[in-house]
Design a protein around this ligand. Structure first.
Ligand code: SF4
Length: 293
């Protein structure tokens, strides 16, 4: 077991006070993800996160934003989450919003009424990895939930007044499920309408099952650089009903883009078409991967 491990947070939480209340991810099996490998999921003892909160509230008494770590704080019972949020509200009088990563199955552990209680205590944004709307792609990646379950989770959270920020993995499913990945992801997102949508590209992360297969030369189905851009274009083209702020500025992306859906669909697909018709992208393979993620 890893004694201490990296505390991840979404880019949008760069200026938030980071408060760890649990370790790791309760699922920790997704074949592409190395965030918490070797970390056993458990809730931190109350006195531990309370001491951390007390210390941080002295350093930054005017903090307005808090991000609760680690990977899936919504897995905790509602009572524990209410206790944490009450403590954060008491310690930080200017608190405006609290964010957390959340898996679909963990959101579904809470009723809409319970989610509303959390919202009243300023829980604000849940960051959920949809990755794909296609169940074949999700199964092959050993993702816990189906697309329908993640849709239900997001709709329940949104009905309770929470904001959803959802991530999709370009290239998950490789070439063989290119069309299914696009079709079903578009379908789920058009119904889900998350406030924030982020595209990241599938990368063989070291120390993950997919990363190890890549290192051994066992993966020849990765999208080429050109196909990855084309898939991003095809996804955006299909998002006719999705009302989201879209960003694809993660270091894994071949082309960084940002816009509002659906109004910027034409501008974004036009921009990607221009890149696709240039000679800047390789069709030979995925191109250079970023050095670190
Ligand atoms: S992608 Fe999310 S749910 Fe899957 S193992 Fe990583 S942190 Fe856990």
């Amino acid at each position: 077991m890893i004694e201490s491990h990296t505390m991840f947070r979404p880019p949008a939480e760069a200026y938030s006070l980071l408060l760890r209340v649990a370790n790791g991810c309760p699922w920790n099996r997704c074949r592409f993800c190395g965030m918490y490998k070797g970390v056993r999921y458990d809730a931190l003892p109350r006195e531990e996160w309370m001491a951390d909160l007390a210390e941080q509230s002295v350093v930054d008494p005017a903090a307005r934003r808090v991000f609760l770590a680690d990977g899936d704080v919504m897995h905790l019972p509602t009572e524990s989450l209410l206790d944490i949020l009450n403590a954060v509200n008491n310690a930080l009088p200017q608190l405006a919003r609290v964010g957390s990563y959340a898996n679909g199955a963990s959101i579904l552990k809470h009723s809409e009424v319970q989610l509303r209680q959390l919202r009243e205590l300023k829980l604000h944004t849940l960051y959920m990895g949809l990755e794909s709307g296609d169940d074949g792609v999700l199964r092959a990646a050993d993702k816990r939930e189906t697309g329908a379950e993640m849709l239900e989770a997001a709709l329940r959270a949104q009905a309770a007044g929470l904001r959803m920020s959802v991530m999709v993995l370009i290239g998950l499913g490789g070439r063989s499920r290119y069309d299914a990945h696009v079709r079903h992801t578009v379908d789920i997102l058009n119904r889900m309408k998350p406030r924030q949508l982020s595209f990241l590209r599938m990368i063989p992360v070291p120390n993950t099952p997919i990363g190890k297969e890549w290192d051994c030369g066992e993966r020849d189905d990765f999208l080429s650089e050109r196909e990855a851009v084309m898939q991003m274009r095809d996804l955006i083209d299909g998002l006719t009903e999705c009302t989201s702020v879209l960003t694809a500025n993660h270091v894994s992306n071949v082309v960084p883009i940002e816009g509002r859906l659906p109004k910027d669909r034409g501008r974004l697909t036009g921009m990607l078409d221009a890149v696709l018709s240039s000679d800047r992208l390789t069709s030979e393979g995925p191109g250079a991967f970023p050095l670190s993620l």
